[in-house]
Write a protein that binds this ligand. Structure first.
Ligand code: MIC
Ligand code: SF4
Length: 776
């Protein structure tokens, strides 16, 4: 079944309940003494659960107060949904408390091209897709099957709406902020809060105002704005903060351009990003079959709900003049190493890297809008007219079936294929290491992508592949030269005729004049399906892909064998991790994605790319208690397994921004599964810190960052003060007594960020154990 006109949507299920939100907001406004509010505050505060009860003393301090929120919707992708559903199932409810959608996108491997890749991936992941589909049927969840597209693009096209609050089990969930809402990336256990109707807790973020003036010109795109900002803010700059854009420069950007900016707010650690409602958002809603949502949003905007109040106060304001922005290329290995294109050639030369790259990749959840695709097709046509084809493999992943079908109808696909591009399935593919690369399997090489993330080993599993992030137009133009130093704005490409070819700045169209083509209608799920409680969810006993979850044991009480009361049992340090340690280091993706629903199997990848600060080696840990039959060192998961076998609970010592990157909660589940009870960090990334708390691991921050180097593997750690905290004694902080291997003893001070509720999670062993108690 195929159709060329856009699908009719059931807009009743996706229109935010504006009047009750505004009413709730007014209650909060009264409590706060009617001070002017930012847009992000309005959206957050309108979703506070029972404000009269939860805002005790009328106090709400950004960066301090914990808010109890009621999100309106949850979206989950196939990799993270497995754990989220396994946890939800163990809560024993018959249906979800809010609308939920599941998107099959991460598990599709790119090898040859859309059709065969999809077919092969459906077979190889059948067990998992069947599991997700049956769970969706049982609990009344909208199920977007493999091939339908990437979660964030589908959410933008179908579910996102101005003023909404949504959670997604993926760090790039903020993409939906392009429609003027707050969409927040979380771990599966947080999604379970919303799915069970438990208020979801978030420390009121600080709000950074980003004031946009001027106009983008020539080759500069919204992607360049966020690449530039990432360079300014660094991968830590957004932690605990929402980025709220405002000013005259917002209205000119297309809705999908804003989504790209919001998407990559994840790269600076921001809680999310948002923008005031605009005419372009209205146009996007209308073109994607949601005119009734646009009409309702117009009314809400007229009441001042969808933009900041005059004189609203930001915690910091950053000025960006769009007229001064130039295309920017970020990387390698970190998304915040930003170089303007005019300086990029020199940068490559200075680093001594070869002036070549081996593949150009466009699309993904970050950059596969109609606007992106019309602009790259324009460049492809210019190149074709000059007789050029791409110099390097040139791959494109459309974000959704709707985009794919519209590209095909409007001859954008053929324009790309004419110059040698391969159009892959509507899925994550190479962005998440689902890329069976047959050309470069090892050795140093560079790739250029329009994706969002570029940590080591991410795309093709090769640690030496340098991934540079750029706008789709820059990636495309450079793919015709194959040289990293090529700047399409100033440089020309020599043609066989001896003439020189220079690109004209790309032209684009933000929305298709003929509307979006729906493509294969069988990809669209029934809106708000009724739960079918009789559906059986099959998890085979000997399955290598799925495993039912055993609740984690509490650290305290007689069963735990812990003699220390409400202090953690005595812990042994497994490892001191050096430097950057993202969730990709803690729980690698690529080939491991297939074990996302099997905790025992996926735990084999624990920290396998982390650097041991004692010695500097990757994936090596020391076992100071080994017996005669065991070597004194092993892989990190190897030593963790030995500790588990000895029932020896353990701790990690880690560096700054520990757990940056994704929302994957496996990075918290896996250490907990092997017996990790505490992690002391120089600092944590937000989502990961919460994920640890949810699974009953205590995250502590060094008060004095230099204490990091005083603690090493084999040292014994004892908490002092946790018992008081759990007993509600006013917070005096937790001290940690360190007994070094050589017998030396000292104490260090630490800080924590645990709210009262989060302390319950620790006490019962996990948030889920606590929810189960509450529900029973
Ligand atoms: C990513 O982009 O890193 C992922 C894969 O989408 C992750 C989610 C996951 O690991 O399940 C994310 O961003 O949260
Ligand atoms: Fe998929 Fe990549 Fe987007 Fe994550 S960042 S959702 S892996 S396309």
């Amino acid at each position: 079944a195929s159709s060329t006109s856009s699908v009719q949507k059931d807009c009743t299920s996706v229109t935010p309940p504006y009047s009750s939100l505004i009413k709730n907001l007014n209650t909060v406004r009264d409590i706060l003494g009617n001070r002017p509010l930012t847009l992000a505050e309005k959206i957050l505060y309108s979703h506070i659960h029972a404000p009269q009860k939860s805002l005790v003393n009328g106090r709400l301090v950004r960066g301090e107060t914990y808010l109890q929120l009621s999100p309106e919707r949850v979206a989950m992708q196939d990799a993270s949904a497995q754990m989220a559903l396994l946890q939800f199932m163990s809560a024993g409810l018959a249906k979800c408390a809010v609308p939920v959608s599941i998107h099959c996108d991460h598990l599709i491997q790119a090898v040859k091209g859309a059709a065969s890749d999809l077919e092969r991936s459906i077979i190889s992941n059948k067990e998992v897709f069947d599991f997700l589909e049956s769970a969706a049927r049982k609990y009344g969840i909208e199920f977007w099957r493999p091939g339908s597209g990437i979660i964030h693009q589908i959410v933008l096209e179908n579910y996102a709406a101005p003023g909404m609050l949504m959670l997604g089990t993926d760090s790039h969930t903020p993409n939906a902020g392009g429609l003027g809402m707050l969409a927040i990336g979380v771990g599966g256990a947080d999604a379970v809060d919303a799915m069970t109707g438990t208020p979801w807790e978030l420390k009121a973020p600080e709000i950074v105002g980003i004031h946009l003036t001027g106009k983008l010109n020539g080759w500069a795109t919204p992607k360049d704005l966020i690449l530039h900002l990432a360079g300014k803010l660094t991968v830590r700059g957004g932690t605990g903060r929402i980025l709220e854009y405002f000013g005259p420069g917002v209205a000119d950007q297309s809705c999908t351009g804003l989504a790209t900016i919001a998407n990559m707010g994840a790269e600076v650690g921001a809680t999310t990003s948002t923008f005031p409602y605009s005419a372009n958002m209205r146009a996007y809603l209308e073109k994607t079959g949601r005119a009734p949502v646009a009409r309702a949003a117009d009314e809400a905007a007229a009441q001042g709900f969808l933009s900041a109040d005059k004189d609203a106060e930001y915690d910091e304001v950053i000025e960006i003049n769009l007229s001064e922005l130039e295309p920017t290329i970020n990387g390698p290995f970190t998304p915040d190493l930003a170089t303007p294109i005019s300086a990029f050639g020199k940068f490559i030369e200075k680093e001594g890297w070869k002036d070549e790259f081996s593949a150009g990749l466009i699309g993904s959840c970050t950059n596969s809008s109609y606007q992106d695709m019309t602009s790259v097709a324009d460049l492809a046509r210019q190149a074709k007219a000059a007789g050029l084809t791409a110099k390097v493999p040139f791959l494109c992943t459309p974000g959704s079936e709707q985009i794919r079908a519209t590209m095909e109808r409007d001859n954008l696909t053929s324009a790309l294929e004419d110059v040698g591009a391969t159009v892959l399935a509507n899925a994550c593919g190479p962005c998440i290491g689902q890329w069976k690369r047959e050309d470069k399997t090892d050795g140093e090489n560079a790739i250029l992508t329009s994706f969002n993330r570029n940590f080591k080993s991410r795309n093709d599993g090769n640690r030496l592949t340098m991934n540079f992030l750029a706008s789709p137009t820059i990636v495309t133009a450079m793919s015709f030269s194959g040289k990293l130093s090529f700047n399409p704005i100033t440089d020309s490409i020599p043609l066989p005729s001896g003439e020189l070819f220079k690109f004209s700045p790309p032209t684009s169209q933000d929305l298709p004049s003929a509307g979006f083509a729906a493509g294969d209608l069988s990809y669209y799920p029934t809106p708000s399906p009724a739960p079918q409680p009789d559906t059986e969810i099959v998890v085979q006993k000997d399955s290598q892909r799925l495993e039912l979850l055993e609740p984690f044991a509490s650290h305290f009480g007689t069963e735990s064998g812990n003699p220390r009361g409400l202090e953690l049992p005595e812990l042994k340090v497994l490892l001191r991790v050096r430097g950057k340690c993202t969730t990709d280091h803690i729980s690698a993706a690529g080939p491991w994605l297939k074990y996302k629903g099997h905790l025992t199997n996926i735990s084999e990848n624990l920290l396998i790319t982390a650097v041991n600060d004692e010695g500097g080696e990757v994936n090596v840990a020391f076992d100071h208690d080994h017996d005669a039959s065991q070597p004194s060192t092993d892989t990190i998961p190897g030593v963790a397994k030995r500790f588990k076998a000895r029932k020896q609970p353990w701790a990690l010592i880690v560096d700054d921004n520990y757990g940056e990157g994704s929302a994957r909660e496996h990075a918290a589940l896996q250490p907990r599964f092997y017996g990790c009870s505490m992690i002391i960090a120089r600092s944590f990334a937000r989502i990961h810190e919460t994920n640890l708390k949810k699974q009953g691991v205590l995250p502590l921050w060094f008060v004095d960052k230099s204490d990091y180097s005083r603690i090493g593997s084999g040292d014994k750690l004892e908490t002092i003060g946790l018992e008081d905290l759990l007993n509600g004694v006013p917070d005096a902080g937790i001290r940690v007594k360190v007994t070094k291997l050589n017998g030396e003893v000292f104490e260090i001070p630490t800080r924590h960020t645990m709210s009262t509720d989060q302390l319950h999670w620790l006490r019962y062993g996990s948030a889920l154990n606590y929810i189960r108690r509450q529900l029973s």
